[in-house]
Design a protein. Sequence first.
Length: 139
Amino acid sequence: MWAQRPIVEKHHRYAFYRPFTESIASIICDLPTKLATAVMFNITLYFMTNLRRSAGAFFTYLVFMFATILTMSMFFRTVGSLSRTVEQSMVPSSMFILIFSAYTGYIIPIKDMVSWLAWLRRLNPIAFAYESLMINEVS
């Protein structure tokens, strides 16, 4: 994304195409790679951790993990588009991923969360995926 940004801005100045079309094209072109990576990694992880051995539980797990991968990828693209350089995008991205992972309900239990930050759990896509996967595995 960062290597092609000057080219996209130049094309926008010349009125060839809008940056929106380039971003949609890159999202669509990344889908097969993300799908292949998610399937290969999550099949291995699912069976190595000996989760429930049923087709419904496995495909539910796979769908939720793929949706989480896409959601977090779009979140990082959004942060990247709001900043000028890679260095500027790394700080908010790393801070948000730490907050998102801490406020899923696993590291800090829900009852022990600070009340003025507990609302982050409602915005957190990782928390929704974690809760859904726990329900999928236990019930």
